[in-house]
Design a protein around this ligand. Structure first.
Ligand code: 3PG
Ligand code: MG
Length: 402
């Protein structure tokens, strides 16, 4: 794989370089609640700018329906990127239209422009290779004859999309530093992880995690389950779960996973329940076997945190993906906080190699105020790291290796 350093060694002064970053940050209105992905994208963009390139950054935000939608504008991201770079970032008001062309034409050497949300163009995510290819041709035209492509949006390399995949077939393509670093960490996890290898999985749906559970089970020593998905497992054990999240069609699958797991799957023993999905709800901590009707589980309880913490502190390798509860609401944040703290202890006081996988869990680390250096690696890609660990090929990486 050719990489960013190779490109810089070739010389980029005055050349236009198309950089795909993952700037898909959580927003509250037009306020960025966690800028981790913008921060993680900075090194590649600044390196190119400092070397005198005209940097054209492309990114998506959310999942607009293939046409412009102000709710998903990258305007707040352009502003933040400019603040972090210490110089303004020109935002085009379209993806490859007149504004994109004139914005790119206006770049000085070392200047940085951001195209508007690439998913405002339906061709970006089209299943039709010709449609995606046509958009990729327009991206390539923006950077012209001497242009190059740097793939740095690790969080999106599992998507076969025009600005991630097809563009790499149109321009000389290079892996950015973030993609390289992330892939290297995942290789370590998938190779010979130091034991015990403990995976903590949360998030709302078992169906989202099924493939990774199936492929990790033979490799891990313990799989700690939390988040909304633990209730489908508890239901599979025959317990009432009140109004907690349930994927009814996954109950049989969970039964089978539990039966085949050889005791490796560990479920919470206590749950914080609430009478409403709200920070003002009435709450109680109950045994996981005693969730009452009319109540829903929104976090794992303190006994579970203690038990998970013990397993995590003894681990040699930890991979964590998905919050343990609704950490955005203070009454349901302790499960996620406790698990994160235990992983940080395993890493700093012990010598565990720990990886936080993904958008939500990475944001949780920062939003809960945990020190980022408590973890060996905080990934910017949730879906991408899960797919890698499932053994799937990441199209945005494979195309760089081709
Ligand atoms: C993410 O947040 O998971 C990445 O930015 C990819 O976004 P997507 O899941 O909407 O493709
Ligand atoms: Mg995603």
């Amino acid at each position: 794989m050719r990489n960013l350093d190779d490109l810089i060694a070739e010389g980029v002064k005055g050349r236009r370089v198309f950089v795909r970053s993952d700037l898909n940050v959580p927003l509250d209105g037009d306020k960025i609640t966690d800028d981790g992905r913008v921060q993680a994208s900075l090194p590649t963009i600044s390196k190119l700018a400092e070397a005198g390139a005209k940097v054209v950054v492309a990114a998506h935000l959310g999942r607009p329906k293939g046409s412009p939608d102000p709710k998903f504008s990258l305007a707040p991201v352009a502003k933040r990127l400019g603040e972090l770079l210490g110089k303004p970032v020109a935002l085009a008001t379209d993806v490859v239209g007149e504004s994109a062309k004139s914005t790119v034409d206006g770049l000085a050497d070392g200047g940085v422009a951001l195209l508007e949300n690439v998913r405002f163009d339906a061709r970006e995510s089209s299943k039709d290779a010709a449609e995606r290819g046509a958009l990729a041709d327009e991206f390539a035209a923006l950077v012209g004859e001497t242009g190059a492509f740097v793939s740095d949006g690790f969080g999106v390399v599992h998507r076969k999309q025009a600005s991630v995949y097809d563009i790499a077939t149109k321009l000389p393509a290079y892996a950015g530093g973030l993609v390289l670093a992330e892939v290297e960490v995942l290789r370590q996890l998938a190779g010979e992880p130091k034991r015990p290898y403990v995976v903590a999985l949360g998030g709302s749906k078992v169906s989202d995690k099924l493939a990774v559970i199936e492929s990790l089970l033979p490799k891990v020593d313990t799989l700690l389950v939390g988040g909304g998905m633990c209730f489908t497992f508890l239901a599979a054990q025959g317990h009432g779960i009140g109004d907690s999240l349930l994927e009814a069609e996954m109950v049989e699958t969970c039964k089978k996973l539990l039966a085949d797991a050889d005791g490796k799957i560990v479920l919470p023993t206590d749950i914080v329940i609430a009478d409403d999905f709200s920070a003002e709800a009435n709450t109680e901590t109950v045994p996981a076997t005693e969730i009452r009707d009319g109540w829903k589980g929104l976090d794992i309880g303190p006994d579970s945190v203690a038990a998970y913490g013990k397993v995590l502190r003894d681990a040699g390798t930890v991979f964590w993906n998905g919050p343990m509860g609704v950490f955005e609401l203070a009454p349901f944040a302790e499960g996620t906080r406790g698990v994160a703290q235990a992983i940080a202890q395993a890493t700093t006081a012990g010598d565990a190699f720990s990886v936080v996988g993904g958008g939500d869990s990475a944001a949780a680390v920062r939003l809960l105020g945990l020190p980022e250096d408590g973890f060996s690696h905080i990934s910017t890609g949730g879906g991408a790291s899960l797919e890698y660990l499932e053994g799937k090929e990441l199209p945005g990486v494979a195309v760089l290796e081709a």
